[in-house]
Design a protein around this ligand. Sequence first.
Ligand SMILES: CC(C)(COP(=O)(O)OP(=O)(O)OC[C@H]1O[C@@H](n2cnc3c(N)ncnc32)[C@H](O)[C@@H]1OP(=O)(O)O)[C@@H](O)C(=O)NCCC(=O)NCCS
Length: 171
Amino acid sequence: MEQLTIRPLAYDDATIAALAELIVETVAHGGSVSFMHPFSMEDARAFWQSSLHAAGEGSRIVLGAFLDGALAGTLTLLLECPPNQPHRAELAKMMTAVTHRGKGIARALALEAEKLAKQHGKSLINLDTAEDEGAAGLYEKLGYIRAGLIPDYALKPHGGLTGTILYYKRI
Ligand SMILES: CC(C)(COP(=O)(O)OP(=O)(O)OC[C@H]1O[C@@H](n2cnc3c(N)ncnc32)[C@H](O)[C@@H]1OP(=O)(O)O)[C@@H](O)C(=O)NCCC(=O)NCCS
């Protein structure tokens, strides 16, 4: 049986390369994670370099899910909110490698992020997900409450507008 481990990621070239492959694949398969297809490996690496740099400064935690030692999923916990929202954190960039979907990796990542958010004194988590081909069902299973829908919010990776659904959870 494959062994799943989840841990915060630090800045190093191998980690950035693995994260870049994961996000390029996610976007190519229509995952709404802020980018358009084709998303180049160079731009993907630049994104993760910046994200892991921010993680190094403590403003976010980039979690990696590893199956038998290989990166199979990721989720970012954004800890830095405006001064009047010190109790809030945001989930972003949730993705599981296509071949490993349906194995509970996203659920495990979200639960670990919630645990870490609590440890950082957070009591409220929010996120948004695409209306078309997004992960609304996943978040609802995890107890997130639908706050509303903004129509025509973003382009899908292969074009065409989709709405975004806003969710929150008190932790
Ligand atoms: C959404 C995504 C992260 C789910 O990853 P995953 O590891 O396959 O999810 P899990 O196996 O942990 O699923 C946990 C539960 O949520 C359900 N679920 C997962 N994704 C779902 C979706 N898109 N819609 C509805 N339900 C979903 C699963 O069926 C499972 O239910 P169960 O516990 O009753 O069996 C993955 O499909 C993905 O990377 N998608 C592309 C990127 C994306 O859309 N990310 C979300 C950005 S907000």
